[in-house]
Design a protein around this ligand. Structure first.
Ligand code: ADP
Length: 445
């Protein structure tokens, strides 16, 4: 096992990784920028090194040099920043260090959504219908869009966080959307390539968590329903999905294990699917990192996914198989962001009072505390509030109790938004698709 790990990240996920490392008796090196000098991850790590370059958490060479100077054996990238950057994985390896994640080859493949789709389709897996490959001009796009039929979705091959994506309802919006998707993709990812997918209406976002070791053992840990989204960004996640039967779960899990084996994946990963109302599912993309919502799965299966990632990277076998995995109860997560609960505009600032909820069945993952300042430079996630229990109904009541107990003063948060969703009768019945929030907003106006 590693003696020391550098965490190339910040905020709640850095804290999350430090906690597991401490339990594993692995020492941690945190890195931080000037804006983050008050962050909890800096205080909790065994040692912390300040980054003065403008690139901050994206400065690959500085991070690797720091890792070498500090004598670590491995780097954990968390999520975001360099977590899905194959060049960083490669550079880490070349420096004689271990990257806690899959190899650069698979990150390159899955990092290009168009290629990932084609690979999965070629291997016989169900994918969202779409045009094969990148569209470069209006002339190229038009026949593909017509063949798919409107609405279509223009997506950035390098996309993430819902950026570089445009819904096209009618043909006269096509070219303008192509332009704007492409330029947003260029601005966000330095890659303007886009491709087309059929926009599947009235679907749920259901994703399957997998773990794969170096010795061919692959397990799935059930699903997460992440349909409650705003502008393609997840806000509430739960497991199990209210839409899945045991048979469908088994089928989606089996397809996911087969897909992972087909591409010789190693580490923790997630296969994202759209599930239509007739319960057909279509592969959307694979995320080759630990995801924000991995915590939902941890509470459903009882495994520490960060620990599993570290063990796999250190070359340990999983040590269990699919029949050993038990999924019990119900789990729900609300992402509490420092945002206006109506406009969703970021609301950075100083948190005067931070008093998280507690009690039976409650977990809070956060890097915040009273006196902490949410900076405008990074994402606006303050806390992940999770509750678990035996039934969905009980979990909703517990989440409502926990949200009411959560006191964050000084910055605006999305807590009131979550309270509205939790009180909604369709949500309570488990009846929702990815359009849910938009539909509710439309019906209110
Ligand atoms: P990102 O990586 O930017 O998050 P994804 O490909 O994961 O992008 O898609 C984000 C969300 O956008 C999905 O959860 C879903 O709600 C919606 N979406 C993506 N592709 C489609 C599609 N073809 N049809 C309908 N909705 C889609």
């Amino acid at each position: 096992m590693f003696r020391k790990i550098l965490i190339a990240n910040r905020g709640e996920i850095a804290v999350r990784i430090i906690r597991t490392c401490r339990e594993m008796q692995v020492r941690t090196i945190a890195i931080y920028t000037e804006a983050d000098r008050g962050s909890l991850h800096v205080q909790l790590a065994d040692e912390a090194v300040k980054c003065v370059s403008r690139a901050g958490y994206l400065d690959m060479d500085w991070i690797i040099q720091t890792a070498l100077t500090m004598g670590v054996q491995a780097i954990h990238p968390g999520y975001g920043f360099l977590a899905e950057n194959p060049l960083f994985a490669e550079k880490t390896l070349q420096a004689g260090l271990i990257f806690i994640g899959p190899d650069a080859r698979i990150m390159t493949l899955m990092g290009d959504k168009a290629k990932a789709r084609e690979t999965m389709a070629a291997a016989g897996f169900p994918v969202v219908p779409g045009g094969s490959g990148i569209v470069r001009s209006a002339e190229e796009t038009l026949p593909i869009a017509r063949a798919l039929g409107y609405p279509v979705l223009i997506k950035a091959v390098a996309g993430g966080g819902g950026r570089g994506m445009r819904l096209v309802l009618e043909e006269d919006q096509l070219f303008q959307s192509l332009e704007s998707a492409s330029s947003e993709a260029n601005a966000c990812f330095g890659n303007s390539d886009v491709y087309l997918e059929k926009y599947l209406e009235g679907c749920r976002h259901v994703e399957i968590q997998i773990l794969a070791d170096n010795y061919g053992q692959v397990v799935t840990l059930g699903e997460r329903d992440c349909s409650i989204q705003r502008r393609h960004q997840k806000l509430i996640e739960e497991s199990p999905s209210p839409a899945l039967t045991a048979q469908l779960r088994d089928r989606m899990s089996k397809v996911s294990r087969d897909a992972v084996k087909a591409v010789a994946y190693r580490g923790a990963g997630t296969l994202e699917y759209l599930l239509d109302k007739d319960l057909n599912f279509y592969f959307m993309e694979m995320n080759t990192r630990i995801q924000v919502e991995h915590t939902v799965t941890e509470l459903i299966c009882g495994l520490d996914l960060i620990k599993e990632q570290i063990r796999i990277a250190a070359g340990e076998p999983l040590g269990y198989e699919q029949s050993d995995i038990r999924l019990t109860g119900w789990v729900m997560e609300c992402r509490i962001n420092a945002e206006d609960p109506v406009t969703f505009l970021p609301a950075p600032g100083k948190i005067d009072v931070y008093r998280p909820p507690g009690g039976f069945g409650v977990r809070v993952d956060s890097a915040a505390y009273s006196g902490y300042t949410v900076t405008p430079f990074y994402d606006s996630l303050i806390s992940k509030l999770l509750v678990y229990g035996r039934t969905r109904k009980g979990v909703i009541a517990r989440m409502q109790r926990a949200l009411a107990e959560f006191s964050i003063q000084g910055v605006k948060t999305t807590i009131p938004f979550h309270q509205r969703i939790l009180a909604d009768s369709d949500f309570q019945r488990g009846e929702f698709t990815t359009d849910f929030i938009q539909q509710k907003l439309d019906s209110e106006n």
